[in-house]
Ligand binder design. Structure first.
Ligand code: ADP
Ligand code: MG
Length: 640
């Protein structure tokens, strides 16, 4: 019971609006009884104070218990002070407006939270499993990898998996921000929480419930909220100091007016007004109101900010560094040619390389294994494999070691490249392909791979440049390949042949020369750089877990244009924050000046003060409807 009251009254704040209504009723009663029953007036004022001050007392007491003085206490103090000098009516009005404004703020911010929480409600509670031809309903937690599930038309898909039978479309806007339905047939991947279209689907589960895309997003959003709490701490500290200053200022004016010979009542009234108008309510809410909305607006379009810090830093970014393989180019790398160096059949070389690569997650490794499988080659899986990040892999068998990697791998290990190897390397360089040498004590051959530039890459680079952002490519690949890609997408600065720690070094150097830099990568050999960058951005469903963990921003859709969009949103959020702060402090200065200059009545002070607080919150909410216009000309990136 106690717990229920706690939730109902405190957490969900269900009594806020009813109490505002009761405060107003008591106020009207008090005013009316002035003529009808002057004796009863006191009762009405007490009621107005009790209802109007209820949440203020609770919040203020909580703050006080944490050793903090907050705006609630300033307001209560002012209201009580007004009552002391016979202005209970104005004190009651103050509490009514203050509680109304707080209730409206709760409601407004709740809208933002709801936008985020919507994501969490997308997990369907149950799934229909097919076992031995029979259908059974099971709770979502009971789903196991390999289960076959039936998804009816219009239902949410209960797991990450692949379609085994049926055809339909799926609305994956939740994950990608893209509202076009995606066709689904046998072999296509489906994702938990996305909406099935008009057909029934039978799917095979490929991911445990705890590790679906949706589970990851939920985890990220929770993280973002926790992080917001950290920025909130800084604001709380500011609020506290400021509140003390207001209190001291009010006391000081009281003393000074006394010395000046002013009547006590007038001076006291002015001090109470000062408590209200100088309170930092609007300043305090300026930042969270904008950040919460921006985070929600981002989440809706597949851009996940891990908290306000990410927004703040992304807005300041001057440069964007991009990894090549898997970022500027599609995740799919393909084998273009296999050349032998010892007369063996190319297939033998491919099988040898695939045996070593079978354990690697690198797109190049996947390409080689895939090609070997496609050619129907069988290869033993080598258990002991050493990865040399950014260089290649070395497989150890009981009898010898097999090397697959870039020319630099061999240079590092002091293995000289004979002339016939160099000749082949030059050839693939001319073809603009990435060469991988295969060596097991003898030179076996060379595998050429290539990846395709993403279709939207050039447009994405251009959009960034129009925003005044320098774009740089950092890659571990060959300079020849790097140059070709850079030219295709319109990047002028690139560095090739980088090891993971060299990428990190370049990020730092770049930050020193142009300012804060964001790094876009997939976590393959660029996780250190992602972590070192001012903002790490991981892209796509295919991003490795490392990337998603290290990054500050996760783009759910594999679309490079989202990088510019994320920056535009972050900038819009910061603009809103600055607007709010400027407006809030302007109103404070104005009202304080009026209080001293002409001596405004307390109710007017409260209206001005609470009005500005609400405007600040509403201005933040506008970000929920933020749209990106990647303008064709002029680079006009503004809110619509
Ligand atoms: P990028 O910076 O373009 O994403 P990486 O740093 O991931 O590239 O890799 C750089 C180079 O290291 C590749 O071009 C390749 O030559 C080599 N390499 C990395 N991983 C592997 C692997 N698993 N097998 C063979 N070569 C690899
Ligand atoms: Mg990479």
């Amino acid at each position: 019971m106690g717990k229920w009251i706690h939730r109902f009254v405190l957490e969900e704040r269900r009594l806020e609006f009813p109490f505002v209504g009761l405060t107003l009723t008591a106020l009207i009663g008090g005013i009316a009884s002035r003529w009808a029953a002057p004796g009863a007036q006191g009762v009405f004022w007490v009621a107005a104070y009790l209802f109007g001050g209820f949440y203020g007392v609770i919040d203020g007491a909580l703050a006080l218990r944490g050793g903090r003085l907050d705006v609630n206490l300033l307001m209560l103090l002012s209201a009580l002070g007004a009552a002391l000098i016979g202005h209970a009516e104005e004190g009651g009005t103050l509490l009514f407006l203050f509680s109304l404004s707080n209730a409206l703020q709760t409601m407004a911010l709740e809208r933002t939270r709801r936008a985020i929480r919507q994501l969490l409600n997308l997990r369907p509670p149950v799934a229909r499993r097919i076992r031995e031809g029979k259908e059974e309903t099971i709770p979502i937690e009971a789903i196991e990898v390999g289960d076959h599930l039936l998804v009816r038309p219009g239902e949410r898909i209960p797991a990450d998996g692949v379609v085994v039978a049926g055809s339909s479309t799926a609305d994956e806007s939740l994950l990608t921000g893209e509202s076009m339905p995606v066709p689904k047939g046998p072999g296509d991947p489906v994702f938990e929480g996305t909406l099935n279209g008009y057909g029934a689907l039978e799917i095979r589960v490929t991911q445990p419930t705890s590790d679906t895309m949706l589970a990851r997003i939920i985890h990220l959003v929770e993280e973002a909220q926790a992080q917001r709490a950290r920025t909130q701490q800084a604001i709380d500290r500011f609020e506290q100091r400021y509140a003390w200053a207001v209190l001291a200022g009010a006391a000081l004016t009281l003393v000074l007016s006394g010395l000046w010979g002013e009547a006590f009542d007038r001076a006291f009234y002015r001090a109470m007004t000062l408590l209200v108008v100088a309170s930092p309510c609007a300043l305090v809410i300026s930042t969270p109101a904008a950040f919460l909305s921006a985070i929600a607006a981002g989440a809706r379009r597949g851009i996940l900010f891990k908290g306000g810090m990410a927004l703040e830093r992304l807005a300041q970014v001057r440069g964007v560094a991009m990894d090549k393989t898997g970022t500027l180019t599609e995740n799919r790398v393909t084998v273009q040619a296999v050349r032998t160096l010892n007369g063996n059949h190319p297939d033998a070389i491919l099988a040898l390389a695939a045996a070593v690569e079978a354990r690697s997650e690198h797109p190049i490794a996947r390409a080689i294994v895939e090609e070997a499988r496609a050619r129907g080659l069988s290869f033993p899986e080598i258990r002991e494999v050493k990865a040399r990040p950014g260089l290649g892999v070395i497989g150890l068998t009981p009898t010898n070691s097999i090397w697959v990697g870039s020319p630099r791998l061999f240079q590092e290990q002091g293995i000289p490249l004979p002339d016939e190897v160099r000749a082949l390397l030059e050839e693939s360089q001319r073809a603009g392909r990435t060469p991988l040498l295969v060596y097991d004590g003898q030179w076996q051959g060379l595998i050429e791979v290539a990846d395709r530039v993403r279709p939207e890459a050039a447009e994405a680079v251009q959009a960034l440049r129009r925003m005044g952002i320098e774009v740089v490519m950092l890659t571990g690949d060959q300079p020849s390949v790097a140059r070709a890609v850079a030219r295709t997408v319109g990047i002028r600065r690139f560095e090739a042949g980088l090891l993971p720690e060299e990428k990190l070094e370049r990020i730092r150097a770049l930050a020193r020369s142009i300012g804060p830099v964001a790094m876009v990568g997939d976590g393959m050999n660029d996780a250190p750089a992602l972590a070192a960058a001012s903002v790490g951005i991981a892209m796509g469903k295919m991003s490795s877990d490392v990337a998603v963990e290290t990054a500050d921003v996760v783009l759910l859709q594999e679309d490079l244009r989202r990088v510019a969009e994320a920056i535009a949103l972050a900038r819009a959020a910061m603009r809103t924050v600055w607007q709010n702060l400027a407006f809030a402090s302007g109103v404070i200065v104005l009202l304080v000046a009026l209080t001293f200059g002409v001596g405004i009545p307390l109710p007017v002070a409260v209206v001005g003060h609470e009005g500005s607080t609400l405007l600040v919150v509403l201005n933040g909410l506008r970000l929920l409807r933020w749209r990106w216009r990647s303008a064709g000309g002029g680079g006009n990136l503004s809110r619509g």
